[in-house]
Design a protein around this ligand. Structure first.
Ligand code: GLN
Length: 527
């Protein structure tokens, strides 16, 4: 059985197509189906690895090392699955494949065109996971009407034509804005957006309407008539306090039943409602924990999406609510502000902007015994801080920020020096490491071996380990016995730095052990 659900978006961007698709996927999963999701992004970048998180949000890394859109994180967290390179596609990557084939002469003298060559490649990728799952949910990024999205819409139209119509479902997510002055919800943008979609040849089977106010029956009827969908297929998607409540909101409107009917399939298991109650219980909290995330991007939460989710998930499991504040490293008042928090996290990043601010924040956390968690660049900065202030290596640094430093405690490995291009040249994806016994890391993971996702070029320089260990910072995990993966400070209540990205591995009800340990320590640090 190979069934496909296409998710498109209209009116404005950021409507949460990924979340809507993942919520439908969750419902189908609770009916016993094997579900997976694929993202198609219409931009020309081959992958988002080189894109500024300010513009595009966090770069999510899959276990097999693809640098991808943050929606893949949503898919993983909702569906508790592991995505891979096949789950992420961009126009750039699709064109690259077609152009490479053309250069190799694979098209036999044909004129290579958007239709059929690009659309054929897109269609091939639509069914990339058909052998691994029963239902593929395909999210097409961007908004209907965008020039660059056209080949994807065209490919989706052809795909339905070439497949059994009951194997392919089209869901359109739109906005029904509320005009405060008129006290009215407006359906016109939705009508226009669906018209645009129908011009391309796609008739949606269901419309999910993002709205601030409930849609009454007359509005649903209007949308139904103008957009040519059954009234019960006009779905209201009201704002909810947590995105994990959306599957239940859709379930109450029978979205799962409608999808199952339209795809002509039979539920494979008795619907498991306990997921809803477990999610609800996560919102009961008795305490607040205040966490400062000290990074480069202080105003865009999406730049640290998985960290935000991981902190919330871990706090919820400990019956606490995380109050997470993103503090800019360049804030002159940073150290004063930090006094207010129960725990300090320094996330990953690239480039030397704000490095000294991060090091100061880490110094403050270390000296004042505030729970500290450093991720990737955050870990590297904690090594620099320990080298300078514990081991007294004056001006110790990473060669990323000071190529001529006398004490390169973080450096690029010799085999990586030839790297000329950005993107695709880092230690990317899953790597195993061994954890030493009697360490904080061991007490958190309760395991001797772990596997975590990486995305970095620089490493802790093994030449300085002995010196640092004598000064108080130990290495508690290594990859293949040589590459330091976790550092900690024994005399501190909770100080840990990890070279990898544990934030990609959290799921609701399955908090990551380091995040959980960090929040637990922060809760103990409440004054
Ligand atoms: N810039 C650092 C490196 O390349 C850290 C990267 C990161 O934090 N993801 O090693």
């Amino acid at each position: 059985m190979a069934k496909y659900i296409f998710i498109t978006g209209g009116v404005v961007s950021s409507l949460g197509k990924g979340i809507s698709g993942a919520s439908i996927g969750k419902l189908l999963q609770l009916h016993g189906f094997k579900v997976n999701m694929i993202k198609f992004d219409p931009y020309i970048n081959v992958d988002p690895g080189t894109m500024n998180p300010y513009q595009h949000g966090e770069v999510f890394v899959t276990s097999d090392g693809a640098e991808s859109d943050l929606d893949l994180g949503t898919y993983e967290r909702f569906l508790d699955l592991y995505t891979s390179k096949s789950n992420t596609n961009t126009a750039g990557d699709i064109y690259k494949t077609v152009i490479t084939k053309e250069r190799k002469g694979d098209y036999d003298g044909d004129t290579v065109q958007v239709i059929p060559h690009i659309t054929d490649e897109i269609k091939r990728r639509f069914s990339a996971l058909k052998d691994e799952c029963e239902i593929s949910i395909i999210e097409i990024g961007g908004t209907v009407g965008d020039i660059e999205g056209l080949p994807f819409m065209e490919a989706a139209r052809q795909f339905k034509l070439e497949n059994n119509p009951e194997d392919v479902l089209s869901i359109h997510v739109t906005l029904v804005p509320y005009i405060a002055g008129a006290h009215e919800l407006k359906t016109k943008p939705t009508q226009h957006s669906v018209n645009k979609l129908r011009e391309i040849g796609i008739s949606p089977d269901m419309i999910i309407c993002r709205t601030e106010q409930p849609l009454d029956d007359s509005l649903k009827r209007k949308i139904s008539l103008f957009c040519n969908v059954k009234q019960e297929c006009v779905i209201e998607a009201l704002d909810v306090p947590s995105i994990y409540y959306i599957p239940e909101a859709l379930y109450k409107q029978k979205v799962d039943v409608l999808v199952i009917e339209k795809l002509n399939i039979k539920p494979k298991a008795k619907f498991d409602k306990t997921w809803f109650t477990k999610i609800e219980s996560l919102s009961e909290h008795h305490k607040i924990v205040k966490i400062a995330v000290v990074g480069k991007y202080s105003d865009l939460k999406d730049a640290y999406k998985s960290i935000d989710e991981s902190l919330n998930i871990a706090s919820a499991e400990l019956k606490a609510k995380a109050e997470i504040h993103y503090l800019g490293v360049e804030d002159k008042n940073l150290i004063n502000k930090l006094k207010w928090y129960n725990g300090i996290l320094v996330p990953g990043g690239f480039g030397n902007r704000g490095i000294e601010g991060k090091i100061k924040a880490i110094n403050f956390a270390r000296e004042n015994k505030i729970p500290f968690f450093g991720i990737c660049l955050g870990m590297q900065c904690s090594v620099i801080e320990a080298a300078r202030n514990l081991a007294k290596l004056k001006n110790a640094n990473s060669t990323e920020f000071d190529e001529t430093t006398k004490y390169p405690v973080i450096k690029i490995l010799d085999e990586q020096k030839d790297v000329k291009y950005r993107g695709g040249t880092m230690r990317l994806g899953n790597y195993k490491s061994e954890i030493k016994k009697n360490t904080l890391a061991h007490s958190l993971y309760k395991s001797n071996e772990i596997e975590e996702r990486h995305r970095h070029r620089y490493e802790m320089n093994p030449e300085f380990i002995e010196l640092l260990e004598k000064a108080g910072m130990i290495v508690s995990a290594y990859h293949k016995k040589v590459l330091p993966e976790i550092v900690e400070i024994k005399s501190h209540p909770f100080f840990i730095g990890v070279q990898f990205h544990p934030e990609f591995a959290s799921r609701p009800m399955k908090a990551h052990p380091i995040f959980k340990g960090f929040i637990n320590a922060a809760l103990k640090n409440k004054n």
